[in-house]
Design a protein around this ligand. Structure first.
Ligand code: GLN
Length: 296
């Protein structure tokens, strides 16, 4: 690298894109734009209207660190520490699962269940098991003001991050974050929760070992991914505790592995006390979400 030429946005863009491409990044231009945007504070459009702006020495140092992390395969959301999810932006950190587009669909299902209660039913009470960044609970609370959510996670890292995300969005009064296994120690409100929502770990162990890309397996917490032999270990445990928490007629929405949905609906039918489960597809048309209501 000739040192005399200034590192302008354009030069950094060109160099980084080529470097990340050589390192095997599948979307080198996109990664580069995200990183420059994170380091300089410019929007991705502003990058293209500020081509001649030189980076400051501090920006160059941070750029270098971010490029190396990305080049080693670390997900962009961890490198830049940020992720847009539906209408909110969340801080992301290693140790906590990065929100996925399919979970935006899970939120749609949960909102539909809340809306179906009708306005006369008053503010809804929701429970989320395994909140991670808080993407689900914080979306519910921000998109349906008045909703009260209890969000749990067994990981202290996730609980701390979820609280920070909540506070940054000013949702302290709407979302209570609890560190516990599933819903241990959580007291249901009078009459029970109206909604139970969860994106539990659900990738079958073998699939996680053989099919999931290194960008996920090497960097994201297995605690949030590994669903045991058939992917349904945590779902079975959830199914066992929900009846004690959910109101009659209340709804459960759970994101699951595409190959597990039929088996999961069978488990719900066998458990008894549920109306027939519905399976909802994700944006790639794979079965992804199980929606079931308690008998009234
Ligand atoms: N949807 C995630 C993935 O494909 C899995 C999330 C989970 O196990 N809850 O990586």
């Amino acid at each position: 690298m000739p040192a005399q030429e200034p590192w302008t946005i354009q030069r950094v863009l060109d160099w980084t894109r080529g470097y990340l491409e050589r390192k095997g990044d599948e979307h080198p231009r996109l990664s580069t734009e995200w990183i420059i945007s994170y380091v300089t504070g410019l929007s991705r459009v502003e990058i293209y209207t500020n081509f001649d702006r030189p980076l400051t020495p501090d920006e160059l140092t941070r750029m270098h660190a971010a490029i190396e992390r990305r080049a080693s395969g670390e997900p962009l959301q961890y490198v830049t520490g940020e992720m847009a999810f539906r209408h909110i932006v969340l801080t992301c950190e290693p140790g906590v699962l990065i929100p996925r587009p399919e979970t935006e669909v899970l939120v749609d299902c949960a909102l539909e269940a809340l809306d179906a209660r009708g306005e006369e039913a008053g503010p809804a009470q929701a429970l989320e098991i395994g909140c991670g960044t808080g993407c689900i609970s914080l979306s519910l609370a921000s998109e349906r003001p008045g909703t009260h959510v209890v969000a749990t996670d067994v990981s202290p890292t996730a609980v701390a991050l979820c609280k920070r995300n909540r506070d940054a969005l000013g949702l302290e009064d709407a979302v209570e974050v609890v560190e516990c296994d599933l819903a241990e120690g959580v007291e249901a409100p009078e009459g029970g929760f109206d909604l139970l929502v969860s994106n539990p770990p659900y990738i079958p162990t073998e699939v996680l070992a053989r099919e999931v890309p290194p960008e996920v397996v090497d960097f994201e917490p297995h605690l949030a991914l590994d669903g045991g032999a058939d992917g349904l270990d945590v779902f079975r445990r959830i199914l066992a505790v929900v009846p004690g928490l959910l109101a009659p007629g209340g709804t459960m929405c759970v994101e699951l592995y595409e190959g597990s949905l039929d088996q999961a609906s069978d488990l719900v039918a066998e458990a008894g006390g549920w109306q027939p489960a519905r399976i909802v597809e994700d944006l790639t048309h794979r079965p992804r979400i199980l929606v079931a209501a308690r008998e009234a």
